[in-house]
Design a protein around this ligand. Structure first.
Ligand code: BDP
Length: 697
């Protein structure tokens, strides 16, 4: 066994404190559970003196076993590295290399980057490498992020609530900021840095103008100060009409010079408080939010006006493409493409258009958004939802790695072999400005994300934002090892449970490409019968179109022709039921209940089988988890076991309520041997959950 020694020298900046969790078993430590918590006396040998490098050093002290080889942290400019002839070219300003080298006659592990941030990422990568069973000898790793902006989107409101948050109140205590700097803010930054996240949008996309007032800028600045040494920049969601609400202007028309001047002055004010402020995120003309369309101006006009305000400061604008209008009778799945595709090439060079992974809205499964690949002259930032608004809130175990990679790996059809990941990481069009956003699942709950397994989704998002080509399974294994320790049986079982868990949610909530079947408002539980809401596209019946004869949304030429928004080979695949992957069948096609799926079963029989498969998967996860009882600490084991029991009950509820409804529409019997729903349809319709968490207000 080897021993950790980290050499540091006369440090010009005092060591910052990284508070250790009060208990290692309540989930607070996330995947960073230190293998050894005591800080040992170490020999000092300075190869850098920045606050960030010192944080990296502390991480290594906390995490590595006393028997690991000595580690040296450095930046490329360090003269001692000259003679090693290492290749720092190509690492960029955030990449790292980790090498077993001989330095001043000693065998050490060198962790280095072009910048101290690179070294910090390297330190976390070394910890991951060793804690996931990587050898301590002959290490030779190098990596740099493929995506430039790796950003969490907090849908946190100024009153402390979190829209679609299921992990308690907002982490940001706006009321006591900027005075009280909760140590948890540091722990948050540390966790993000450990997986490569380098930006955070602090407030809800349904933004209040107040977040741009001087007191709130000061609060955001306090957070930015805490996050900075961890390589994390702060961004704000802005309300497009703020010049009216805060500035007293009569208009927010982006073409009005007074409006542009107001935003410029506002940006200058922000940058005085936060010199490295990242920029703005904007939800405009979407679900009631104000925007440039209110004045007959385009989304590009709006984005470019804001982009001009932050440009000289090095800021960017993330402009969301999540738009649909009740006044537009067009298939909702088509509206964003129709609005944004013609704007390709019209955006300023510091604008990214932020596109949700699918064309509708974070459903358990959607085909990739047709904008990917269709706007070659515009950097497209992909937006995933880490919080599980549509996948069982905090209680259901649903590992989203496979959802993320399914989209990233999808072929766009625009060029041979081109994937969504190629578009997102800039490979396709050589964009330098690239980004991935994840709607955070973080709150004040002690375990941050509402459950231990939800932490895996935060982790997976970060790892994939760094490298969209990683496999969901490799990430799950690494997370399991870092979270629960090295026991092989635990890692194997947990990984197996995780890998099929999202598909199980698809199965018990509505497989075969069905979507948007949930109850209204809070989106908790089934509501496929809902048909009376004012906007057509808010009703589940709009999406599934089930009647006595068949089910599904015809998006082919004979229907809305959303298929036509996809490129060549992909469009051709989706155009016919026979070539459409079964998992997307009813997204693109309206088919008779008697339609024969690949294995010869009728569509109805197949759908029923999916519901049962989903429920059975959850029961099996309970069994698998039960087998780990002696291997996992009691607190995390028990909470997970209880949540799995909730998931089992709710999976059956989804199944039963859905089957009761489909049978009321198609009047078909259940296939032989299939258990009938526990209650009649009226019972399911009568279930009300007015106080379900996370609701928009
Ligand atoms: C929907 C959520 C809503 C968000 C919206 C968005 O239900 O709360 O405001 O997405 O992304 O899925 O803007």
């Amino acid at each position: 066994m080897n021993r950790v020694r980290i050499w540091l020298g006369a440090l010009s900046i005092p060591l910052m404190t990284v508070p250790l969790p009060a208990s290692a078993e309540d989930g607070y430590a996330l995947w960073l559970k230190p293998a050894a918590s005591s800080v040992r006396q170490m020999k000092a040998n300075r190869l850098g003196d920045s606050a960030t490098l010192m944080l990296a050093e502390r991480e290594l002290r906390h995490a590595l076993s006393p028997d690991a080889p000595p580690v040296v942290l450095a930046t490329a400019s360090s003269p001692s590295l000259k003679m090693l002839g290492l290749k720092f070219k190509g690492l960029g300003d955030e990449g790292y290399l980790i090498r077993s080298v001989t330095l001043d006659g000693r065998k050490v592990i060198l962790v280095a980057g072009n910048s101290d941030r690179g070294a910090l990422y390297g330190a976390f990568a070394l910890i991951r490498h060793l804690n996931t069973g990587g050898p301590a000898e002959s290490i030779d790793l190098r990596s740099s992020p493929k995506v430039k902006l790796r950003v969490l989107n907090h849908w946190d409101n100024l009153d402390g609530s979190v829209e679609r948050g299921y992990a308690g109140q907002s982490l940001w205590d706006w009321w006591t900021l900027p005075d009280f700097r909760d140590p948890r803010y540091t722990d948050y930054a540390r966790a993000n840095a450990s997986i490569g996240i380098n930006g955070t949008v602090l407030n809800n996309v349904n933004a209040k103008a107040d977040s741009l007032t001087a007191p709130y800028i000061a609060k955001a600045a306090a957070l930015a100060d805490i996050f900075r040494p961890w390589g994390i920049r702060v961004y704000l969601s802005v309300r497009f009409s703020a010049p009216i609400e805060l500035g007293g202007l009569k208009t927010a028309d982006p073409r009005d010079p007074a409006v542009a001047a107001w935003w410029r002055a506002k940006a200058d004010e922000i940058y005085r408080a936060i010199p490295d402020f990242g920029g703005f995120l904007v939800k405009a003309n979407s679900e009631g939010q104000p925007g440039p369309r209110d004045y007959g101006a385009s989304h590009a006009d709006g984005a470019n006006m804001l982009a001009a305000a932050v440009r000289d400061h090095g800021g960017i604008v993330m402009w969301r493409a999540f738009v649909y209008a009740e006044t537009d009778p067009e298939d909702r799945a088509k509206q964003a493409y129709s609005e944004f595709k013609p704007l390709d090439g019209k955006f300023a060079d510091n604008v990214l258009v932020q596109v949700k992974n699918g064309a509708i809205d974070f459903q358990p499964r959607e085909p990739f958004h047709p904008l990917f690949g269709a706007m070659p002259r515009t950097p497209l930032m992909i937006e995933f939802q880490i919080t599980k608004e549509y996948l069982g809130f905090a209680t259901h175990l649903a590992y989203l790695g496979p959802l993320f990679t399914e989209v990233l790996d999808a072929r766009t059809g625009h060029r041979p072999g081109e994937t969504v990941a190629d578009v997102v990481d800039g490979k396709a069009e050589h964009h330098k400005l690239t980004g991935m956003a994840g709607v955070a699942n973080i709150g004040r709950d002690r375990d941050w994300s509402g459950s231990t397994f939800n932490q895996a989704n935060w982790y997976a998002f970060g790892r994939l934002a760094w490298d969209p080509d990683l496999s969901a399974e490799a990430i799950a294994r690494a997370w399991a090892a870092q979270t629960f320790g090295p026991d092989r049986q635990v890692i194997d079982t947990v990984t197996t449970m995780m890998m099929g868990s999202r598909e199980a949610v698809v199965d018990y909530t509505g497989a075969l490409g069905l979507a948007h079947l949930m109850a209204t408002g809070h989106h908790y539980g089934p509501g496929p019968w809902v048909s009376e809401l004012a906007r057509p596209e808010w009703n589940p019946v709009y999406y599934h179109r089930a009647d006595a004869a068949g089910i599904g949304f015809d998006r082919t030429e004979s229907g809305s022709n959303a298929v036509g928004q996809y490129a060549g080979p992909v469009a051709r695949t989706f155009a016919k039921p026979g070539t459409t992957p079964e998992s997307m069948l009813l997204w693109f096609h309206h088919l008779p209940w008697t339609y024969r799926v690949a294995d010869g079963r009728s569509l109805w029989e197949d759908l029923v089988a999916h519901y049962d498969r989903g429920v059975a998967y959850v029961a099996n996860m309970q069994k698998q988890w039960g087998g780990l009882r002696d291997k996992i600490d009691a607190e995390r084991w028990q909470k997970t076991a209880t949540y799995l029991a909730i998931q089992n009950r709710e999976a059956q509820w989804w199944r039963d309520a859905s089957l009761a409804y489909w049978m009321s529409v198609n009047h078909l019997p259940l296939p032989a041997g299939v258990r009938p729903p526990e209650h009649d349809l009226a019972w399911y319709k009568a279930q009300q959950y007015p106080h379900a968490p996370g609701q928009a207000h």
